[in-house]
Each structure stands twice: as structure tokens, then as C-alpha cells.
Design a protein around this ligand. Structure first.
Ligand code: SF4
Length: 413
């Protein structure tokens, strides 16, 4: 077979990268290259592939440097024992592709990951070289997200952080026992140690406000670090997953944990499930993650009524919690604290801010709330206003039924 063209390899390596969900560029600092005579900016808009939490639509060239790998992670299509077609880009090819795509306004940045070639250090070194060439030789001002290899020398990860906007180090599975049996070359301790180094790198470069006039330290991943967990490949419960997330957020100051539903792969180990977990499971995990980060919920509260440690697929976790803790409702929207309002089903952080602002000027009625929230149906039974009280609704055994989606018959054809 002749040598594959660049386009052939792009097809293989872009397809192989699709399994990594941790590529949203949320948290990136705005930057452009007007002052450096280079090219690139994270401020523009292009063809979009992902959405940041602020609603910005971002497009990234998302590829693997290679899908060749010497590791044998059972859940991965690129593992050494997998029978897939392999391909590889050189450093210069990735740099050229990124610049060419950027100049055509196809992308706003690069998400680069890789299988392990030769060794962790060699692979990480090649990825750092891509970022260095883009930033230093081409003054590239676009977004760069590098997937770091936890086993690599910390000095290489440090170098990566100086050029990239974000680093991600994937924890892969929530429990150490699962990691041992599904990814024998990986270790939770090594992954956490790499995350700790990145956290130290970020914190050691925070400008000291007391020492005014001192030169600012070099920028180091302004978009922070993130990780990804595969959902449904092992027997871990949702509670196991959120326990790991909670410890990662607090221990390593992660910007995001991404949850990626396991995709069954060809010729896979008999230990792996044959079907994908429901996509709704991934969605509920994101909602629970949101509750922990922005709504003041503790992980144990979310699961206190869930004996099996699994989130309710029919209800969003805040609504499920409120139905179990009805004694805490109704919440008086004119007097409740911000923390109490954040626990009302259907109230998002923006709605709560608007309620707090509006009630400074008037006593809120139900029609005020209807204009603030997306759906009055979700919150009505959990609040009281000057003209509304849910009366006995909170005592109804059937209250849950009002919120559970009704089963629908499938189309015949
Ligand atoms: S190290 Fe990464 S690319 Fe290699 S088998 Fe494991 S998950 Fe796949």
C-alpha cells in the first residue's frame, strides 16, 4: 500500500479523536495577536463544533497526533491490541494543518491528543513541540488545548502549560480498582500527582497583588485543567463518579470534569458492556456536577435518597432532591436567602439573581416569577409569593407524577 495522503490521515486521526469529550474551550482568556504581528485570535467566530458555558460557539481542529499506542486500555479503540488502521502526523504537519485551517477561518484553535508512541516522554515532547512552534515560531494567538500524558516528566507538562490555554489529564475511570483492571499501564496515583503538579504550576504563577510593579509571571494555562471520565464502561455507580469528581474539584482545582458515555468498540474485551449506557445518564451527571459547583449542593445530599447510588433518569437531580425534601418548601421568594432560592427546582443562577434584584423594588407575585423563569410548571409547587401558595400540593403522593415524562408510543414506521 502506498503512503497515505495527509487527507487520508486527517480522516483517520480526526475520527479517532471523537471519543474525547474534554475539548470545550471554556475559561480561555481572550487574546489576539495584533500586538505581536502574528496571526490568530480567540475572539473571532468560525465554523462551530462546541459550545462554551458562556454560550460562545467555538471550533477546534480536534485530532490525535497518532492513534498508534503501546498501552492496552480495554475501553479504547486505539489500544495496542486493537485491529484498527494506524496513522501519524509529524509535528510540522500538525502545525501546518492548524495554521491552514485557521487562515481559512475553519477553526479557532487546536485540541491535540495522542496515543503513546515509544514512551510517554517522547510523545509529550512531540506535543509540546507542536504548541511551541505554533506559539513561538508562528505567533499563533488561537486556542490550544493539549491532552497531557500523566506518566510524562513533570518538566514536559510544565512546558506544555506555558504554551497551551488548557491542559487535560484524563482520570478515565472513577475507581482505582477499575483502572487497574481496564487500564493496567495507568495508575490513579500517577494521574493525581500530575494534576497536583499542574495545580502547583497555576498557583505559583498567580500574580502577587501585594508586590506591585513586579514583572508578571509567564502565563500558564489560563483556561485551567480539566479531565474526562468514561461512564458505563465499568460497574461504578453515579455516586462513585460524583465522589471522584468532588475530590478532583477540591483537590486539584479542576475547571471541568467531562463525562463521556462509553461507546462499545469492535473486538473488545468480554468485561466491557455491549451497549452504550443511556445518553440521559451522561446528562444527569452533568446536572449533578452543576449542582455541586454552582448551587451549593454536597455530593451526599444529591444521593441521600438514592439507595443504589444512581441518579434518577426521569427527573433532573435538583427536582428529584426537592421531591424527597418537601419539608424545606415552599420557599418564600420575597424573603428566602440566595442559598434557599438556588435549591428551588426550575430556578437557575440567573433567575435567582433577577429575583434578588427585582424584590428590592417590589413584593414579587407569581406573574413576576413567570416572566423570570423558563417554566413556571417546574417551580410553582415549591414557592410562595404574595399572591400564591401551593397549599396541599407538597403533600400529594402523586406530585412526582406531574414531572415524570409520560411514556409515548413509538411511530409505526
Ligand atoms: S493510553 Fe490513551 S490512546 Fe493509548 S490505549 Fe490508553 S486511552 Fe487509548
Amino acid at each position: 500500500m502506498g503512503k497515505r495522503t495527509l487527507i487520508d490521515r486527517l480522516a483517520i486521526l480526526a475520527d479517532a479523536a471523537k471519543y474525547d469529550a474534554s475539548c470545550a474551550s471554556s475559561g480561555s482568556a481572550k487574546r489576539n495577536s495584533l500586538s505581536t504581528n502574528g496571526i490568530g485570535s480567540t475572539e473571532g467566530m468560525g465554523i462551530c463544533h462546541a459550545y462554551a458555558p458562556d454560550g460562545r460557539c467555538i471550533s477546534l481542529l480536534k485530532i490525535l497526533m497518532t492513534n498508534f499506542c503501546i498501552y492496552d486500555c480495554k475501553y479504547c479503540i486505539n489500544r495496542v491490541s486493537s485491529n484498527v488502521e494506524r496513522a501519524r502526523f509529524s509535528v510540522d504537519e500538525i502545525v501546518k494543518l492548524t495554521l491552514d485551517f485557521y487562515k481559512r477561518n475553519y477553526i479557532e484553535g487546536l485540541f491535540l491528543s495522542s496515543g503513546i508512541i515509544r514512551s510517554s516522554n517522547y510523545t509529550m515532547d512531540q506535543m509540546v513541540e507542536v504548541a511551541r512552534k505554533l506559539r513561538v515560531e508562528h505567533n499563533f494567538g488561537g486556542y490550544i488545548h493539549l491532552k497531557s500524558i500523566p506518566e510524562a516528566d513533570p518538566a514536559l507538562i510544565e512546558q506544555a502549560g506555558l504554551h497551551a490555554d488548557r491542559l487535560s489529564i484524563n482520570i478515565e475511570l472513577p475507581r482505582e480498582a477499575s483502572l487497574k483492571s481496564y487500564a493496567p499501564e495507568k495508575s490513579g496515583a500517577v494521574i493525581r500527582s500530575a494534576m497536583a503538579n499542574v495545580r502547583h504550576g497555576i498557583e505559583s504563577r498567580q500574580p502577587d497583588r501585594k508586590e506591585r510593579g513586579k514583572a508578571r509571571p509567564p502565563r500558564f494555562i489560563p483556561g485551567g485543567q480539566s479531565t474526562q471520565m468514561i461512564v458505563g464502561a465499568d460497574q461504578s455507580s453515579d455516586k462513585d463518579i460524583m465522589t471522584t469528581s468532588a475530590s478532583l474539584y477540591s483537590g486539584y482545582k479542576l475547571r471541568r470534569v467531562y463525562y463521556s458515555a462509553f461507546s462499545p468498540i469492535q473486538d473488545s474485551s468480554g468485561d466491557l458492556p455491549l451497549i452504550k449506557p443511556p445518553l440521559m445518564r451522561e446528562h444527569r451527571l452533568y446536572q449533578a456536577d452543576w449542582l455541586m459547583r454552582f448551587y451549593g449542593f454536597e455530593k451526599d445530599e444529591i444521593f441521600e435518597a438514592r439507595q443504589d447510588g444512581m441518579l434518577d433518569l426521569d427527573l433532573d437531580p435538583k427536582l428529584a432532591w426537592a421531591l424527597e425534601r418537601r419539608e424545606r418548601f415552599p420557599v418564600n421568594v420575597n424573603r428566602a436567602t440566595r442559598e434557599e432560592l438556588l435549591r428551588v427546582p426550575g430556578f437557575g443562577t440567573k433567575s435567582v439573581n433577577r429575583i434578588l434584584a427585582a424584590r428590592r423594588h417590589t413584593n414579587l407575585r407569581l406573574d413576576h416569577i413567570a416572566r423570570i423563569v423558563r417554566s413556571l410548571k417546574t417551580c410553582r409547587d415549591f414557592i410562595e409569593t404574595v399572591d400564591w401558595h401551593p397549599s396541599r400540593a407538597l403533600d400529594l403522593v402523586t406530585l412526582r407524577d406531574r414531572f415524570v415524562p409520560q411514556p409515548q408510543q413509538l411511530q409505526l414506521l
